[in-house]
Ligand binder design. Structure first.
Ligand SMILES: Nc1ncnc2c1ncn2[C@@H]1O[C@H](COP(=O)(O)OP(=O)(O)OP(=O)(O)O)[C@@H](O)[C@H]1O
Ligand SMILES: [Mg+2]
Length: 311
């Protein structure tokens, strides 16, 4: 791992109290370029995963990131989590990842692969992050009980990871990510393995997050960055949708989701994802979009609530 030139600006905790939280970034990268060098991978050329990416996520915002497979979404999320992928050279004008007053990261990252520990039962896997984060046993147990129930995992507390389905593993991984109560969630395709009904339930849970707020004031310092291949999921949940181009990924569209009818926003996203116009929504491309207009559901209500909370 060779660290590249990088400037890290002060944590969001350093933002003066009088500054409007809606304009203070929870996360920010500017001019981010990430290259995987061919070194150590015999005769393999360098791969530029991301080029000159700018992304600013304000406190209280929910941002979805979509883009073709291999365009650097997971790489971007890792960088936002403050992790440099092995073999990567990272260059950025600005790279702000939030930390609290003690210098502890306030991000919780859910990797694309669930990363469950095979030698620990589901309950123990769920608690591992919270214990590392210093959450007290009683509080962690209470949160875990609530989330096992909310995520449809009740009864599987003592199961080993290999005894869970792919979708159950994914829900357990999300549960583990949320349990420490960190305000900034970085979720890498958390619902890819779920059936439509379970996905809807999990979407609804995520949409209600700011209202639940882990005991914090709604929106204060909180943010979600969600990587998804599902355009409709992005439109349903997010305040903004960022579209990355084919590799090297760069931002080709940064779209604020309109309050009303999302039809034109959906069209703009599909065009940005497929500028050649060939595959798009139904051509079997990597990015999925359900047919037909989306209905205004709990996601829209949650977005509206977040906007109201931000004034
Ligand atoms: N550790 C690594 N070493 C070398 N190359 C890597 C590494 N991680 C990612 N890459 C390369 O960087 C590019 C971006 O990968 P990344 O996983 O970020 O894409 P992605 O947009 O998340 O794709 P997907 O939608 O399929 O998950 C790819 O070309 C990949 O081969
Ligand atoms: Mg990925």
């Amino acid at each position: 791992m060779r660290p590249g030139p990088m400037t890290t600006s002060p944590s969001t905790e350093a933002v003066p109290a009088h500054e409007d939280l809606t304009t203070a970034p929870a996360l920010e990268v500017a001019g981010l370029t990430v290259t995987f060098t061919g070194e150590g991978r015999r005769a393999t050329a360098d791969v530029v995963a991301l080029r000159d990416v700018d992304l600013r996520v304000a406190a209280g915002e929910f941002v979805a990131v979509v883009g073709p497979s291999g365009c650097g979404k997971s790489t971007l999320l890792r960088i936002l989590a403050g992790l440099t992928p092995a073999g990567a050279v990272v260059a950025a004008r600005t790279l702000t990842t939030p930390v609290d007053a003690n210098g502890t990261r306030t991000t919780a990252w859910m990797p694309q692969r669930d990363g469950l520990l095979p030698w620990r039962r589901a309950w123990s896997n769920a608690l591992v992050g919270a214990r590392i984060a210093g959450v007290g046993r009683a509080v962690a147990d209470e949160r875990a009980r609530t989330l096992f129930d909310a995520f449809g995992l009740a009864g599987f507390e003592r199961a080993w990871p290999h005894e869970l389905s792919g979708g159950m593993r994914q829900r357990l991984a999300l549960l583990r990510t949320c349990l420490p109560g960190r305000p900034v969630l970085l979720l890498d395709e958390p619902f890819g393995a779920l059936d439509a009904i379970t996905r809807r339930r999990m979407n609804a849970w995520l949409a209600g997050l700011d209202l639940a707020g882990h005991g914090r004031a709604a929106g204060a310092g909180r943010a979600v960055v969600l990587v998804t291949h599902d355009v409709d999921e992005a439109l349903l949940l997010a305040d903004r949708v960022v579209v990355l181009s084919d590799r090297p990924g760069r931002v080709v569209l940064d779209l604020r989701v309109p309050r009303g009818d999302p039809t034109s926003a959906r069209q703009a996203l599909l065009e940005a994802l497929d500028p050649q116009g060939g595959t798009g929504a139904s051509g079997g491309g990597e990015v999925r979009a359900r047919r037909g207009p989306r209905r205004r559901g709990r996601g829209a209500a949650a977005r509206a609530a977040r906007r109201t909370a931000r004034g």
